[in-house]
Design a protein around this ligand. Structure first.
Ligand SMILES: [Zn+2]
Length: 203
């Protein structure tokens, strides 16, 4: 468990930026398989070693193609990775972790239950065949919407002073004192201020 107050007000270093950028795509690649594995073990009461072999075999098997499904499902994760790459350039580690957490919560909060719902008929009582596999094509699009909802919440939260590297009245990109600045542009780094004397977001 990451404790936010232990994260410094610094920006992520290059290695941390790489992790922040790569993590969403990495999670997106394993989510469909892990959801199926979870349904097999918890709903289907299939032994975990048997389930793992089955899930691995289904990666490219006709009719299931888990690997292809995860590629389609990657769309929102790729978008999140691209955004984290941009965020982590100017924002503090506190902000980056909060934004990543909120984005993933919005995304996975819908994607995991959606995947479970599609697989459930195959392994639940009655063992019907799932006719909803086509839903996998649409799931990523709805999940993109909920991801942006999560990101919007995170974006509002990280506007708080606690998440900023520099004090109010300073440029949030470089820390230059913007008191009395009327141009709306930081003379030091050229960053845009939303309004004179306002806290700059550096975006
Ligand atoms: Zn500046």
């Amino acid at each position: 468990m990451i404790r936010l107050d232990m994260l410094p007000r610094e920006r992520p270093n290059p290695k941390q930026r790489l992790v922040l950028t790569g993590l969403p795509v990495a999670i997106g690649m394993v989510t469909p398989s892990l959801a199926l594995l979870g349904v097999q073990v918890l709903v289907g009461r299939i032994a975990i070693d048997v389930a793992v072999v089955d899930v691995l075999q289904q990666q490219f098997a006709a009719g299931h193609n888990l690997f292809v499904l995860s590629l389609i499902g990657l769309i929102p994760f790729v978008a999140l990775s691209a955004m984290m790459s941009k965020y982590s350039k100017w924002r503090t580690r506190r902000s980056c972790h909060t934004l990543l957490g909120c984005g993933l919560a919005g995304l996975l909060g819908l994607m995991i239950p959606a995947h479970v719902m599609v697989w459930y008929p195959l392994y639940g009582p009655g063992r019907m065949s799932s006719t909803a596999v086509i839903a996998f094509v649409f799931i990523p699009f709805y999940c993109t919407l909920t991801m942006f909802l999560g990101l919007a919440v995170g974006w509002v939260i990280t506007k708080a002073q606690w998440f900023q590297q520099f004090r109010k009245g300073q440029c949030q990109r470089c820390g230059y004192d913007l008191t009395g600045n009327v141009s709306g542009t930081c003379p030091e780094c050229g960053g845009k201020a939303s309004s004179p004397n306002a806290t700059m977001t550096g975006e």
